[in-house]
Design a binder for this molecule. Structure first.
Ligand SMILES: [Fe+2]
Ligand SMILES: [Fe+2]
Length: 153
C-alpha cells in the first residue's frame, strides 16, 4: 500500500462516517459528529504537513492554495458542527453543508492531484506509508487536542 492508497482509504473512511451518520438514530448523531471531525482533521493535517508540499511540484501551486482554503472551510464547518451537535436543527443543516464541501474536495483531489502524485518517488514525501500510518497517530492526538479546544465542555 503506498501513500496515495492510505490517503484514498481515509477518504472512503470519511464517506463511511457520513453514511453511518445518516443511518444512525438521533441520539447517536452527536458522537458521530465528533468522529467525523476527528477523521477529517487528521486527514487534512497529514495532507498539509506531508502531501501538499510535494503536490506543489506536480500541480500548479494555486491549485494547492485553493485546497488549503477548502480545508479551512471544512475546519470552520467542523467547529460549528461540534458546537451545534446537541441542537438537532443546526446540526443537520451544518452536516449537509459540510458533506457538500467534503464531497467536492475529495472528488477533486482524486481527479486532479492524487493521480499526479502517483508518479512521485515515495522518498519525496519525507516518510514511507508505514511511517505515515505511525505519524497519523501523532496527528490524531493533535487533531483531538484541537477538537477539545473547539468543543464546548
Ligand atoms: Fe484535502
Ligand atoms: Fe484528501
Amino acid at each position: 500500500m503506498d501513500i496515495i492508497d492510505v490517503l484514498i482509504q481515509q477518504h472512503r473512511d470519511v464517506e463511511a462516517l457520513f453514511e453511518a451518520y445518516r443511518a444512525a438514530p438521533d441520539d447517536e448523531r452527536p458522537e458521530l459528529c465528533v468522529r467525523l471531525a476527528e477523521a477529517l482533521t487528521l486527514h487534512s493535517t497529514i495532507e498539509e504537513r506531508w502531501v501538499y508540499p510535494v503536490a506543489r511540484s506536480v500541480v500548479h501551486g494555486s491549485r494547492i492554495d485553493f485546497s488549503v482554503e477548502e480545508h479551512g472551510e471544512m475546519t470552520q464547518l467542523l467547529s460549528e458542527l461540534l458546537h451545534a451537535r446537541w441542537d438537532e436543527r443546526r446540526r443537520e443543516t451544518t452536516v449537509r453543508q459540510l458533506e457538500a464541501v467534503v464531497a467536492h474536495h475529495l472528488a477533486e483531489e482524486e481527479r486532479d492531484v492524487y493521480p499526479r502524485l502517483r508518479k512521485v518517488e515515495e522518498g519525496a514525501f519525507g516518510l514511507s506509508s508505514t511511517e505515515l500510518a505511525r505519524s497519523a497517530s501523532d496527528a490524531r492526538r493533535e487533531a483531538l487536542r484541537q477538537l477539545a479546544v473547539a468543543a464546548p465542555p
